[in-house]
Each structure stands twice: as C-alpha cells, then as structure tokens.
Design a protein around this ligand. Structure first.
Ligand SMILES: NC(=O)c1ccc[n+]([C@@H]2O[C@H](COP(=O)([O-])OP(=O)(O)OC[C@H]3O[C@@H](n4cnc5c(N)ncnc54)[C@H](OP(=O)(O)O)[C@@H]3O)[C@@H](O)[C@H]2O)c1
Length: 252
C-alpha cells in the first residue's frame, strides 16, 4: 500500500529510543521529515538523526521536558522552524515509575501526569489550533497502553492513571476535532522490547509470555507500523479509535 506520506512533517515526542525511535525510522522510510525530542540522552538522539537523514529526509532532535510548558512550546517551534509546518503529532513520550501505591509522593504523581498527559495535551492544543486556522487535516496519534484498560500487575499506578487519561483525551479530542477533518487515534501496546520494560522482562519473561496469546514480546517496529497507517489517508475514516497491539492480551 502506498501511504502517500512523502513530504509531510511529523513530530514524535520521546523519539530518541524505543518505540519512538522505531516510529521516527518508519516515518523517514516513507519520506516524512521527522522532528523528535529527547530528554536525557543526546547521544542516542544524534545517532538517530543520522539514521533518519540516511533515508534522504530532513530530521531534527530537540531537547525537551514534556513536563514543562515552555519546553513543549519550544519543541514545537523548533521543529516547525527547521522542517516546516507540522502535519502529524505522535504523543509517545512517557515516564513509568514503579512501586506500591503508598510509595508515590505528590511530586512523582504530578511529574508522571505532567509528562504523560499534560505535555501531550499542550502539543495537541498548539498543533490542532494551528491546523484549525489553516484548515489542515492533521493527524494525532497517542501511544497509550494496555494498562489504560487492565492496570498493571507490577505496580505503576500513576502511569496506568495517566494512560487512562490519555485514552479519554483521545476520544474527547476526536469528537471536538472531527468536524475539521482532524483524526485523533490511540495505539495501546502490550509488552514491547524497550528499556522501559527490559528489567521486568528479564525478571519474569515466562509470566508475561503466559498471558500473551501470540506467545512473544512485540518489537518496536510492530507498533510503529500501526502509527504510520493511522497517520496516513489510508486511515481517513478512523477517529477516536484505539488499536489494540497487545498480542491478544486485551482482545479489545
Ligand atoms: N515498552 C512497552 O512495553 C510499552 C507498553 C505499552 C505502552 N508503551 C508506551 O510506548 C511509549 C514509548 O515507550 P518506550 O518503551 O519506547 O519508552 P522508553 O524506551 O522508556 O523511551 C522513553 C522516551 O521518552 C523520552 N522521555 C523520558 N522522559 C521524558 C520527559 N520528561 N520529557 C520528554 N521526553 C521524555 C525518552 O528520552 P531520553 O532517551 O532522552 O531519555 C525516550 O525517548 C510510551 O508512551 C509508553 O508508555 C510502552
């Protein structure tokens, strides 16, 4: 299928590694100019910029903390200044602290919600209002999680709550922006081989595999392929949806 994404500009938050990096690579392979942020790992980000440019597209990495308003606004401005008006937003960046309910302080709770939800909201607000003004049929894809539906078995209450909020935001925004032809969708991965979950996988691989009908952990590219589809006009009649990419855990 030709997704006809050549020449578009995508902003991928948390694109420097893991699922975000796979999404950036998949966009570049489709001829999309890619801007992404990193937070603490400039080396990984610069290496990825080189890989993306190897596909013959422009790419830029910007340091940003999605938990700070000014930083999110700067990220959007920098990407648009270097690559042109942004057509596609992928809210992928997230933090995932671990521990029992009692262990979470106000600050950890707030930080998790700020990065995983409020930063995503700000990016949506800025880009969708610009799309409305310019009558651009933009695309928003939010990376949620099976935890938004099922919670976690390993103690991630603020993260699970943030993903539930991002899921609801997806649906609310899809309703609000639908009349302008702006599609807003979510992807809900199960377990994916990235740094976020690598320790859990090493400690309890058999437990996780026992719950997954497909009997394997996803590769980041398997999530990226869904995002690329949702960003294209091939998915033009899908909005407010959540694509279940849990290997059959949710069957949602
Ligand atoms: N892996 C899984 O099994 C799984 C399952 C379900 C859902 N997901 C979701 O998929 C998405 C990507 O997950 P992943 O596994 O690829 O995560 P990851 O490997 O931990 O990567 C996280 C990314 O977010 C960036 N980041 C961290 N804190 C940030 C902050 N405060 N501000 C801005 N960026 C920040 C990181 O930048 P640096 O590299 O600079 O640190 C990195 O690019 C997340 O939304 C996650 O919730 C993952």
């Amino acid at each position: 299928m030709n997704l006809n994404l050549q020449g578009k500009v995508a902003l991928v938050t948390g694109g420097s590694r893991g699922i975000g990096a796979a999404i950036c690579r998949a966009f570049a392979a489709e001829g999309v100019r890619v801007g992404f942020n990193y937070h603490a790992n400039p080396e990984a980000a610069e290496e990825l910029v080189g890989q993306l440019r190897g596909h013959g597209v422009e790419a830029v990495a910007v340091i940003a903390n999605l938990g700070e308003e000014a930083s999110v606004l700067n990220l959007i401005d920098r990407v648009a200044a270097e690559l042109g008006p942004i057509d596609i937003l992928v809210n992928n960046a997230a933090v995932c602290p671990s521990g029992p309910m009692e262990s979470y302080s106000w600050d950890v709770w707030q930080h998790t919600l700020n990065v995983n939800v409020t930063g995503a909201f700000l990016a949506c607000r800025e880009l969708a209002s610009s799309w409305r003004q310019h009558q651009t049929r933009g695309k928003i894809i939010n990376i949620v999680s099976q935890a938004a539906f099922l919670g976690s078995t390993s103690g991630h209450l603020p993260y699970d709550s943030s993903k539930g909020a991002l899921l609801s935001m997806t649906r609310a925004l899809a309703r609000e922006l639908g009349p302008e032809g702006i599609n807003v969708n979510a992807v809900a991965p199960g377990m994916v081989k990235t740094e976020m979950v690598i320790k859990k996988l090493e400690a309890k691989l058999d437990f996780y595999l026992s719950r997954i009908p497909l009997k394997r952990i996803a590769e980041p590219e398997e999530i990226a392929n869904i995002v690329i589809f949702l960003a294209s006009e091939a998915a033009s009649y899908i909005t407010g949806a959540t694509i279940d990419a849990s290997g059959g855990v949710m069957m949602h």
